[in-house]
Design a protein around this ligand. Sequence first.
Ligand code: CMP
Length: 131
Amino acid sequence: MIKPDAVENGHIGAILEKITAAGFKIVAMKYTQLSVRDAQEFYAIHKERPFFGELVEFMTRGPIVSAILEKENAVEDFRALIGATNPAEAAEGTVRKMFAKDIAENAIHGSDSDENAAIESAFHFSGREIF
Ligand code: CMP
């Protein structure tokens, strides 16, 4: 997901360019907005964290771009491309270093395992939206 902060700041095009230049193939994509219930479900694993309320509020405040990406070693390579959760700790040239404000409004989300990538893909897309 390209998160609401990055969308608001006009970074969709630049982020997609970095993603495709890094060799990822976009097999599904949509411009959409999460409801509160959607965000609570998507981030259910974080529901006991102190930042959960703030996270749901942030993720629902405006549109996002969600996408499914394909590549060899996609999860690890995408996490390298986007950088650390906290942009202050993200490597130079990563998406979060370039476009994120802080640990909460961090521009982009990437799945942390193949298993979660499958779950998160099914959350955003139906079978006939995946190519
Ligand atoms: P993401 O990679 O999408 O996974 C969980 C999200 O919670 C994370 O990016 C941030 O947007 C948010 N997050 C993680 N840690 C914190 C924190 N300490 N304070 C506020 N938000 C956080």
